[in-house]
Design a protein around this ligand. Sequence first.
Ligand SMILES: [Mg+2]
Length: 271
Amino acid sequence: MPSASEEIVQKLPEAWLLDMDGTLYLSHCVLPGAKELIDHFNQNSIPYCLFTNNSSLSRKDYVVKLENLGLDCEPSRILTSAWATILWLLKRNIQRVYLMAVPSVCQEFSDAGLILDSVNPEVVVLAFDQSLDYEKLKRAHQFLLDGVPYIATHPDLVCPTSTGSIPDCGAMIALLKASTGREPEIIGKPSRNMVDMASVLLGALPQSMAIVGDRLYTDMRMGFDHGLITVLLLSGETQAEDLKDVVQKPDYCFGGAKELLEWIYSSGRGG
Ligand SMILES: [Mg+2]
């Protein structure tokens, strides 16, 4: 695995998929170099999108969050697993959805023309529902036993917060697997669905796109599985020692966004 100083870069990725939490910021703090990295992409018209599995925020929520953090990113560049799920459903002409999600994400589904249906849905959709309650679980359980198709926005087991981790969508998937035996189709990282949507959004083939992230089992896994250039940043979940025992190592590894930007500059194509 080359570092910035060891590698003579032949060709930079044509487009960049940037994870957010642990990559650009941690909770409410922008990580060093993140703002400069985004500014560099904006000023040089380099295709990129912000790419997150977190489906507890709508794209509108993210615009506000990013503005508050001082990160300048157009809404059209934000690809959440919830938005990817909406696009996936619309593409298949699926309209009636039993949705487990927070109110702002439910609103995002409605605004996109989907019908929230808790009686006769065509599909059950599980998002990172921080308002999940037993009534919703009971209803989902019965729909799954009845054989209604089932998708989930993403498989992350926990979500990091400033006060420690909290149960995420993957833990909710495990609960419903235990009660029904059903497993969902996953839309978010590391599935192919997210890669295809980013490819269309950015007009680049997977092999010319880089995934930049802090997690091995979602960000890097997606890159490994679907042929993207993998760039691991050690500014979030993964520690340097975690790499010692992994079979498949990322193409590049940097301490954080600041070091990544220095590498881009050092390639001679820094703009
Ligand atoms: Mg992350």
